[in-house]
Design a protein around this ligand. Structure first.
Ligand code: XMP
Ligand code: MG
Length: 183
């Protein structure tokens, strides 16, 4: 879906499809260089990270196995509850593995900080994070993020995997949702 299809519902387009394509290729080049001689497992966080995982993994060179987790810290609203539940766990044993978590967005950081310690406790050799978006003003915990696509303003965004109540995930760009849609 393109922004024109839902233009009355979007306040502003932050990153176009072309911006995203370019940035994802840059991130992939950094990751390739850093993980050259390592056996990395990409861990995607469902469902938001599906688009970034699909594009990032194909932009990487060589083998990058992937696995998925589904966690929930949000209902259908727009604020973090801080309570994380595992809805779907990994199929892969992390012992000795170098793990790269692939995320769509870091908002409060509560979900990722929980996920980081959870994955580290499974005996991974290293656990790093790649997120397409981060909201610096919304962060409630400090987390070390190795790869960030863009820092964005503290507003609710949709598109490229990000949803509001399961809508707008298939929008091909990243946009600020008009508050009138959810208030
Ligand atoms: P936290 O606050 O724990 O956020 O860093 C975790 C998850 O919440 C979702 N999230 C958003 N989803 N637009 C969305 O569509 C947003 O602006 C937004 N902020 C947070 C997302 O799934 C993230 O992984
Ligand atoms: Mg997410």
């Amino acid at each position: 879906m393109k922004a024109e299809d839902v233009s009355g519902e979007l306040k502003e387009i932050l990153h176009t499809k072309a911006d995203i394509d370019r940035r994802v290729v840059e991130l992939a080049a950094e990751i390739d260089a850093d993980y050259k001689d390592k056996d990395v497992l990409l861990v995607g966080v469902l469902k938001g990270a599906i688009m970034v995982m699909a594009d990032l993994s194909r932009a990487l060179s060589g083998q990058y196995p992937m696995d998925w987790m589904a966690v929930s810290s949000y209902g259908s609203g727009t604020k973090s509850s801080g309570v994380v539940r595992i809805l779907k766990d990994l199929d892969t044993d992390l012992t000795g593995r170098d793990v790269l978590i692939v995320e769509d967005i870091i908002d409060s950081g509560l979900t990722l900080s929980w996920l980081l310690s959870n994955l580290k406790s499974r005996g991974a050799n290293s656990v790093e994070i790649c997120t397409l978006l981060r909201k610096p003003e919304a962060l409630k915990v400090e987390i070390d993020v190795k790869y960030v696509g863009w820092d964005i303003p503290n507003e609710f965004v949709v598109g490229y995997g990000l949803d509001w109540a399961e809508q707008y995930r298939n929008l091909d760009c990243i946009a600020i949702l008009s508050p009138h849609v959810y208030s």
